[in-house]
Design a protein around this ligand. Structure first.
Ligand SMILES: *Cc1c(COP(=O)(O)O)cnc(C)c1O
Length: 347
């Protein structure tokens, strides 16, 4: 009796096809950083057919290389000669986001594909326009180095009407980079801003069936279904309190189902009273605080049995976006926090 994360292979394939349909003229970098947004790389094979695969760091590229032969884009790039040897060995493309990384790669004697990341207004990783030009000149001296693309990242793509988006596109378009492949779009820009698709798109969260805009998107299919068994059922009386801190009190006589999942599994401790839980195809409200291993649900007078399956998210009737709203976070965080105690299976 334990929590299960079932990863739908057909949903992954479907969501990738939505990216293709939205950006038919762009190549696709499937973003599979953070162990495929918490879905586990080994369960995410349908995504590994994209043109490139994006990870945050070298350790992730190492793990991914066990599973497929596609080129891998390492977003944080290289910081030492040892890193450089390894990216070459693993067949990775590297992002250069700081001028100091040029020194590490400048004299490479092996073929290397480089992506130059430019800061167009997010002010996180990325070269300034001047640094970009000087990097391009320096790299041109080494025939082993090929600049595969120039990329940038949006700060506010999840707010399509935010003026910052057009400012960033305008900044990017003014750079002298038309001779290179260009890449800007994450999921939000793929779905809302065709003018930002350019040559490569970089979908992440939408591949896992989650909308970057916070409200469920019916065209995407949820990939991870998180469920856990009902471990106990008990009748309580009006006025009885449930859980740590006794923060929830029954208004009338009712029945509580106790489910075998808690914050140690990745169910958010900040989920409020009333957060919906799906049992036997009906939604019931969370009652009381989330504990480490358990949650309690008010099922009223419903017939629920020990062993019945409770779905926490990843169902057309209960998507992770809803749980994120009830717990003041985003779907990205919930998906990446599902812990190793949960049994991951493919469905
Ligand atoms: C994570 C990431 C993406 C994907 O973002 P989503 O919002 O999940 O689509 C794209 N580009 C870069 C540089 C990233 O780090």
């Amino acid at each position: 009796m334990h929590a299960v994360a079932a990863i739908s292979q057909s949903a992954l394939a479907h969501n990738l096809s939505i990216v293709r349909a939205q950006a038919p003229h762009s190549k696709i970098v499937s973003m599979v950083k953070a162990n495929a947004y918490g879905h586990h790389l080994a369960n995410s094979k349908p995504l590994l057919q994209a043109d490139l695969l994006g990870v945050s760091e070298l350790s992730e590229a190492r793990q991914l290389r066990q599973l497929c032969d596609q080129p891998i884009l390492v977003l944080s790039g290289v910081y030492s000669a040892t890193d450089l040897n390894e990216v070459v060995e693993l067949g990775c493309h590297v992002v250069i986001h700081h001028p100091s990384q040029i020194t590490t790669i400048a004299n490479t004697t092996q073929a290397l594909n480089v992506w130059l990341k430019v800061d167009t207004g997010m002010h996180r990783l990325g070269l300034s326009a001047d640094e970009l030009n000087s990097c391009i000149q320096q790299l041109a001296k080494n025939p082993n180095i090929h600049i595969e693309a120039v990329m940038s990242h949006f700060a506010c793509a999840d707010e399509p009407s935010n003026a910052k988006n057009l400012q960033q596109i305008s900044h990017f378009s003014q750079l002298d980079i038309a001779r290179f492949n260009r890449s800007m779009a994450n999921s939000a820009a793929i779905l809302s801003r065709p003018s930002a698709h350019f040559d490569y798109v970089r979908p992440g969260v939408m591949l896992y069936g989650v909308s970057p805009f916070g409200k469920p998107d019916e065209s995407l299919q949820p990939v991870m279904q998180l469920s856990a068994p009902v471990l106990s059922i008990k009748k309580i009386n009006a006025g009885d309190q449930v859980g740590y801190g006794a923060t929830w009190q029954a208004e009338e006589d009712t029945i509580i189902a106790i489910i075998g999942i808690g914050y140690a599994d990745g169910y958010p401790r900040h989920a409020k009273n009333g957060t919906p839980v799906l049992i036997n195809n009906k939604l019931y409200p969370l009652a009381g605080r989330v504990s480490m291993d358990l949650i309690c649900v008010d099922i009223g007078d419903a017939l629920v049995n020990i062993g019945d399956k409770a779905i926490l998210w990843g169902h057309p009737k209960l998507r992770v976006e809803t749980i994120a709203q009830y717990s003041d976070t985003i779907g990205y965080e919930l998906l990446t926090h599902v812990s190793s105690r949960v049994n991951f299976i493919q469905s």
